[in-house]
Design a protein around this ligand. Sequence first.
Ligand SMILES: Nc1ncnc2c1ncn2[C@@H]1O[C@H](COP(=O)(O)OP(=O)(O)OP(=O)(O)O)[C@@H](O)[C@H]1O
Ligand SMILES: [Mg+2]
Length: 485
Amino acid sequence: MMRWPRCRWKWTGVGDVQPLWSRDAFAKAVGGTLTGTFESPVTGISIDTRTLSAGDAFFAIQGDNFNGHEFADAAIEKGAAIAVCRTGHFSAGSGPVPRLDVEDVLRGLEYLGRAARARCKGRVIGVTGSVGKTSTKDILRVAFKPSGTVHASAASYNNHWGVPLSLARFREDVATGIFEIGMNHPGEITPLSRMVRPDIAIITTVEAVHMEAFNSVEEIAAAKAEIFDGLQSGGTAILNRDNPHFAYLADRARSAGAGQVIGFGSNEAADVQVVDSYLKADCSVVNANILGANLVYKIGSPGQHFVMNSLAVLAAVKIAGEDVAAAALALAGWTPPKGRGFRREFPLGTGILTLIDESYNANPASMRAAITTLGQAEPGPGGRRIAVLGDMLELGEQSRVLHASLHKLIAESGVDLVFTAGSHMEALYDALPTEMRGGHEAEAAPLAASLPGKLGPGDVVMVKGSNGSRMMDVVAAIEVWLGTG
Ligand SMILES: Nc1ncnc2c1ncn2[C@@H]1O[C@H](COP(=O)(O)OP(=O)(O)OP(=O)(O)O)[C@@H](O)[C@H]1O
Ligand SMILES: [Mg+2]
């Protein structure tokens, strides 16, 4: 591969930057009409000038809040190799240069994504499911590292622009590509999976989330099964054996041409089965049978849900023919990202306060997982297990019932005290026994103001809610109070 000269981008501090796309391959894949001179290879793909690096190709995507065309000039000023814009948006003599004008910018990005998939020589894994996609994708990234180069979607880039963007960033010579595929509505996964064309398709689980767009959880299962529409012929489906929709999904996989279906979970019929697992203060220890071979391994964070995700991951490693022991060893170094179970310890008074940040996302499945994990945490001397919960959004008509019904698990799991914020969480607060009620606020902001002073040494505090519930503000307030924010 050509080595890109150091001089032009030395200031970025990233050193040598290998081209991602040659100028010709890029222009051929995206199509369109060129204005100005497009000479440089493309070293990255950007849709956001705030994170753009010199050498990136900038795609002026029309989003919900921003129109990328307004930033196209800035992209070129920041050193973008080319700006891809909609034909007719800029009149002759105006707009950024160099520029490729295309009929539809998102379509152009999709073409590039498809070209990346077509040229890739490695294996491709697609991950979907109602919950745990990003966590599983991140665990896959760590597990495949010992067997070669890995490319994975950034953050939760799993939608109509996130998937083609992640594909377009996929380098030709990478051994393993891992792509998150998500949906809010039926029919969204089919076109995305046909772009990704996974060799291995993982469905983490099927749960009643995003219910506003669905009449039943069966409809959600059907929408998740769309991932098989893109599965390579003879490819592998890895499915949650404990989920009631397993048989349906397995049938859908086989009729779509899957060569094999692997079930993971604690069910006796699972091909990848957890035999025992132990949650320690800072890790999970797992004894599992991975397609006939026994293995004991450690995951760098406690959580039964992470144990389940790791089974799907090790199944993928085994199916890919890679070293399962090396992958399992690497999992000891995995910790969840911020907002998804990220845990830290802070000195407080004479003891330690443990903060578990789950503020990025919440639905009944991940809420149950987080409460169970909190219940198994060991508080320090004098400490308590404290749940700080914001609304789970997009649950439709059943929302208040689904919130209130958490009270049973909370009481059984060993949580000592609960603080809540939001109108849906009020239903849970009212259902709790009086001694467990720490306080309720209409929204996150007043809770962020009042909560920190109520925490003490030894406490384990888990903060969780849907992103829109702004529970990250509560996390930030605790951090500031602890002097670390
Ligand atoms: N298998 C699982 N079961 C239940 N909860 C899980 C599981 N895996 C991860 N979680 C928890 O669910 C939350 C969301 O996790 P994650 O971001 O991995 O899900 P996602 O499917 O990618 O979500 P999104 O739809 O927002 O992209 C986190 O709090 C995480 O700890
Ligand atoms: Mg995600």
